[in-house]
Design a protein around this ligand. Sequence first.
Ligand code: SF4
Length: 453
Amino acid sequence: MDNPSSMSTTADASCLFVTLGCAKNEVDTDRMRALLLGDGLSEAHEVDAADVIIVNTCSFLASATSESIETTLELAEEVAHGVRSRPIIMCGCVPSRYGDELAHELPEVAAFVRADEEDGIVDVVRRVLGSGGAPAARPAGRMLRTIEGASAYVKISDGCDRFCTFCAIPHIRGRYSSRPASEILDEVRGLVAGGVREIVLIGQDTGVWGHDLEGAPCLADLLRMVAEVVRPCRGWVRVLYLQPEGMTDELIATIRDVDEVLPYIDIPIQHCSERVLGRMGRSGSAAELRTLFARLREEIPGMVLRTTGMAGFPGETDDEADELADFLAEQEFDYLSVFAYSPEEGTRAAAMDGQVDERTKLERTQRLVDVSEQTGFSATARHVGERTKVIIDGVEEGEWGRELVGHAWFQAPDCDGAVHLEQGEASVGDIVTCDLVDSFCYELSGVMVSKEG
Ligand code: SF4
């Protein structure tokens, strides 16, 4: 190993960031990156060029935990065969979930940083590099970010109070905690000043944002405040991960009436059978969900709906699996993500009787995937012929040469497909108007009509 005492500050060092899991984790990595770059560290893009490696892990499902650990071990292997040694720091959900057990299981890792300790990453990096120096300044409540691209995910809360019986998130991330509006707005202002045109608000359960803050502001209040910040640059605001109970009259009216707030509603229902939902620790029934979606479609004409369905929850009968598949087909969601139930350590569902065998789970999952493709591809094709606005995300070499790639208001970035424009000049972050002329699966092609800049 290098002589660590040769480094006096992290300014001499470079760091490779590896992120696993969802958009929320990308946001956390961004924050750590900004803190470390602010301390003088530079970013490396390969193991050999790095002095320290930070792996931000996911532990939402057992498969995600395995992937996180395998990735860490592969990196350790690469380091072992490299020209010199460098420490690996494991951050995020896996350390949050497994705590002290890990030090014994993973001696390859120099330090573990739980999700709620990530603001102290500068001190940890200094320590593993032996840099010492003055303690790093805390971000004083501000979530710093590095900016890439025209859209940015902004976390408005952490943790969750719902304790669905299949979900490890409350055990990993703790109780629900809203970020104060002032902190979120500061971050949004910084992003907009840096050229971001679309703000995507995320959290485990965005609909209850604010209930634990002074004065108990609500999500509708926050959306209106964020809309004001993006209005001068004609930007967009999107919100993800709403629970059915979170769809209040005020929120529906805000999504309908505030131009900058996109009529894109993401409500992960998981199931529709009242009995299965009850066993999941969730409320509702197919009848209640039908009423909710009919109301949303009536009150917000033309809106786009995304949901999530889970196949093979313990005790799910063949009839209940049919009920879910039929419900999802009938509702014709624009976007549907499908998961096979996986028993997560420490959750109540993992200890339930009636665990569904893997083969049945796979068959039921495949059936839901078929439904998602039928309804999703048709929903995408229905946009052909529309004139719509698209945010440009990049320039790519496509099958037919250079093309601009962006996403329309009805596509969440990095999530729901893209719009490809073969002709026209525009830069990342420009909003262009285009005619949609064709579709393939979740992808659309279009012709640029004008550019707003
Ligand atoms: S609401 Fe979502 S994050 Fe919270 S416990 Fe349920 S599934 Fe997990």
